[in-house]
Design a protein around this ligand. Structure first.
Ligand code: URA
Length: 184
């Protein structure tokens, strides 16, 4: 199956009645041909819900800048979310929503077969490493999950929230530089 065919299936999903009723668009994610790196975020926000493009808003712009800073071009990177639909008012994804959406990300992983997965924030880290995961303690290591190489880091929204002098931005920078080295 192609990425586009899977995305078309995801776009039809109505497994979460509240999300299906409130979303403007489903945001399946993007996977440029030949992408070696897959980034996994939490869920679409308002801009993503409007455009259908993952990480298209302010957090995405910060992410793009930080990727470029370490020599990674966003247009060559696959980007998806744990949830494919925006939770109303950007609330935290419910555990049941994450469970219902899980098979989509599993199929995307199989199809994209990336060399390295980088999770952004707690929700995506938990998806791979389990609910007990602590971001701070799990950074800087390549985790092996179901035969996949997974690295965890902070979400760009945390970097925005804590500002340019905050620890999350410094950590995100450090982690992305390390990831670029792993792929070099
Ligand atoms: N935050 C996410 O986790 N994903 C997006 O696509 C946008 C913001």
């Amino acid at each position: 199956m192609s990425w586009g065919a899977l995305a078309a299936e995801i776009e039809q999903c109505t497994a979460c009645p509240e999300l299906a009723a409130t979303r403007l668009r489903v945001v399946p994610g993007v996977r440029p041909a030949g992408a070696r790196l897959l980034l996994v975020g939490e869920a679409p926000g308002a801009t993503e819900d409007e455009t259908g493009v993952p990480f298209a808003g302010r957090a995405g712009q910060l992410l793009d800048r930080e990727l470029a800073e370490v020599g990674l071009d966003r247009s060559t990177v696959a980007v998806v979310n744990v949830l494919k639909c925006r939770p109303p008012s950007n609330r935290q994804p419910a555990r049941a929503e994450v469970a219902r959406c899980r098979p989509w990300l599993e199929r995307q992983l199989q199809l994209a077969d990336p060399e390295l997965v980088v999770t952004l924030g707690g929700t995506a880290a938990q998806w791979f490493l389990g609910t007990g995961v602590r971001l701070g303690a799990s950074r800087g290591v390549v985790h092996e999950v179901g035969g996949r190489r997974v690295v965890v880091t902070y979400h760009p929204s945390a970097a925005l929230r804590f500002g340019p002098k905050g620890a999350p931005l410094a950590a995100l920078r450090e982690d992305l530089a390390w990831v670029a080295g792993l792929l070099a």
